[in-house]
Design a binder for this molecule. Structure first.
Ligand code: ZN
Length: 670
């Protein structure tokens, strides 16, 4: 067993392993225990071979090394954020507006996510050159760390003397959280524990600074992240104290007197002079157990709910489960784009009002969809339930991976559902949170496929892959053969080293209306074995056992609740987990002219040479003709309408060819 394999099994060797095991919890399999091929294999390869290296190079080009390297002079001067004009942003403006910003208070978070992406990529493919570069970054953090464990490139090198004075705005614990996640991943991938030790020292310092005990600060971060990171650290080290600290930050959030008010007064500021006006922005307007509306900054919200779900799972805390379910309902029934995108407004990078889901101006930050995947996957820690897994799948296959070009080199920050052709992928962003976030999610996709408990394995996602795990002390290999998401046929081979009894929970996706299940050739009555959207098969599994799951993958027309004014009279196309869009390159210009009759037959076509291999949809629609309007703007005669064949491609793959218009919600004719 290699160091990385042993590390992935749980407690760190040589540590005390005091962490209790929650009852009935389903934990994800560590990344190296799942090999993905096919659809996800291609994407992981793109991240491992291109994105991971690109992230490092672009962080360097954005001058992030200068901020963290204690051997270089401090960049010292804060150069104001350069806000590009719309034209700049649409063209080259986002490529390296980094050249006008040499310092940022959240650069440590970008290093943390870049290290995490590199770590997961190293599972896939050794890369000594990248590993050496990351080791050098870790060495810099080692030299930067203060004797008491504190570590923040911003507060040590740019604004010294001000640590822990503005948790509301300055991302101090958020940065710690991302470096912790990077440290856990890098240790598990390489067996090197230098960054893990650095971050344990820092987490210990944070634990000495914050907590319920007299004399400690009663604060928490304005940008959630530290909570879920401490849960990961607790799981990797076996140290209960990190779990308890995560729980403290969750419990303390939004309590009165409000920490952000008191903190502002302590630094001589007026708490009311707050840029975002309301603490809803950081979900600290109420204690978390009283919250029932998704509000504020979308990424912050997703990270908070992820941490709450972890704590609910680890402590069996139903007082957190109830608000999580209320928040889940509020998001998924009133505030979620059909792509799994969320947070429509650029103003607060977040939520506005129920059913406010504009398409062309949708902010729908890549990080927010990635955050929804994090939250959903953690809700599955409390047991298999398609309510969460369906949304995880939707965000995964649509609104999150749309943020990364097929070749792994270009990115989206915003993920609109309609474009007039000016929204195109960029090399970098002045606030580069999304590239390493989508990178680390894709590179660790294997861990989202399964949940493992003491005597059960839940299959949340389908696709060509092999998983290795232990149940009752026995090693089991489970292989999926499938062309998912292009086909709904899944063959699962179970290979235990010796006969082993356990339950296999198979997700029955919400989009599937007809399914058939066979075990060793014998049909299983799905109705009888399915609950919460998962079919459970309990048996003594033996070598060579074979499960055949056939999920009918129909083409769906989807309609929005008429309260969504932007989508009324429109239809979206879906097939299996994929949401489709039309692009100018396949459909000529002015996509708003297209109208799809409700009776039009829609056909699916395998296109192995298009966009890395996709299934396209086509139909005969109608279109207002390109007539000569004699230079007029209005007339009494309605426009002529003609037939037009339309072709739709999966939304995630848009803007990988010639730039042009794009549209998800097509007008419905008649
Ligand atoms: Zn982002």
């Amino acid at each position: 067993m290699t160091a990385s394999q042993s590390a992935s099994q749980g407690a760190t060797p040589g540590q005390t392993g005091k962490l209790g095991k929650p009852k009935l919890a389903f934990r994800p399999l560590p990344v190296p225990q799942v090999d993905v091929r096919g659809f996800w294999g291609d994407r992981v390869d793109a991240v491992a071979t291109r994105t991971a290296g690109i992230l490092y190079d672009r962080c360097v080009k954005a001058r992030m090394l200068e901020q963290i390297d204690p051997d270089r002079p401090s960049p010292g001067v804060v150069i104001p954020f350069h806000s590009p004009s719309p034209d700049e942003a649409a063209t080259a403006g986002n490529e390296f507006t980094g050249s006008t910003v040499t310092t940022q208070m959240f650069w440590d978070s970008d290093w943390g996510k870049t290290i995490e992406t590199a770590a997961y990529s190293l599972y896939r493919r050794r890369n000594d050159e990248l590993e050496k570069k990351i080791d050098a970054v870790i060495d810099m953090y080692g030299r930067l760390q203060q004797p008491d464990g504190y570590l923040s490139s911003w507060y040590q090198r740019i604004q010294p003397g001000l640590r822990w004075t503005n948790l509301r705005d300055c991302h101090e614990l958020y940065c710690a959280g991302h470096l912790i996640e990077g440290a856990v991943a890098y240790y598990q991938a390489t067996g090197k524990r230098k960054l893990l030790d650095i971050m344990c020292r820092y987490a210990d310092h944070i634990g000495e600074t914050f907590g319920p005990e007299p004399g400690k600060k009663k604060g928490y971060c304005g940008h959630e992240e530290i909570e879920l990171a401490l849960v990961k650290l607790a799981r990797a080290t076996g140290e209960q104290k990190y779990m308890d600290l995560a729980k403290y930050f969750i419990d303390q959030r939004g309590q009165q007197p409000h920490y952000f008010d008191e903190e502002a007064r302590a630094r001589g500021a007026d708490p009311k002079a707050y840029h975002f006006k309301t603490y809803e922005y950081s979900q600290s307007h109420q204690p978390v157990r009283e919250q029932d509306k998704v509000v504020g900054h979308a990424v912050r919200a997703m990270y908070l709910y992820s941490g709450m779900a972890d704590i609910a799972t680890e402590y069996g805390d139903d007082t957190l489960r109830a608000p999580l379910d209320r928040l889940w309902d509020d998001l998924t029934t009133k505030n979620l784009y059909i792509t799994g995108g969320l947070g429509p407004s650029s103003h607060n990078e977040g939520f506005t009002a129920d059913y406010d889901l504009p398409n062309e101006t949708a902010y729908a930050e890549t990080c927010a969809s990635v955050g929804l995947v994090f939250w959903a996957s953690r809700m599955l820690g409390m047991g298999p339930n398609a309510r969460y897994a369906d949304m995880m799948e939707r965000a995964l296959y649509n609104g999150s991976i749309s943020g990364l070009s097929l070749d792994g080199s270009l990115f989206f920050y915003e993920n609109p559902l309609e474009s007039r052709g000016k929204h195109n992928r960029w090399k970098w962003h002045r606030c580069p949170c999304c590239p390493p976030n989508i990178g680390r999610m894709v590179a660790s996709i294997g861990s989202y496929f399964y949940g493992l408990s003491d005597d059960a394995l839940a299959v949340h996602l389908y696709g060509n892959s092999t998983a290795r795990f232990d149940i009752a002390g026995r090693r089991i290999e489970l292989t999926q053969a499938s062309n998912y998401p292009w086909s709904g046929t899944v063959s699962i081979g179970v290979e235990p080293e010796a006969p082993t009894e356990f339950s296999l929970h198979l997700r029955l996706p919400g989009w599937c209306r007809n399914a058939a299940l066979k075990v060793n050739g014998e049909a299983v009555d799905l109705h009888a074995v399915t609950s919460d959207g998962y079919a459970a098969i309990r048996r003594e599994w033996r070598k060579g056992d074979q499960v055949e799951f056939d999920l009918e993958m129909a083409i769906d027309r989807l309609y929005a609740n008429p309260q969504v004014r932007q989508d009324i009279g429109r239809v979206a196309l879906a097939r299996g987990p994929l949401i489709y869009c039309v692009e100018e390159t396949d459909n000529a210009g002015q996509l708003h002219r297209i109208a799809l009759p409700p009776t039009a037959e829609i056909e699916a076509h395998q296109q192995p040479n298009l966009l890395g291999g996709v299934v396209t949809l086509s139909a005969v629609a109608r279109k207002e003709a390109f007539e000569d309007w004699d230079n007029g703007l209005y007339r009494t005669e309605p426009p002529a309408v003609e037939e037009a064949k339309i072709t739709a491609v999966p939304y995630f793959a848009w803007d990988n060819r010639d730039p042009g218009e794009m549209l998800v919600w097509i007008r419905s004719a008649g």
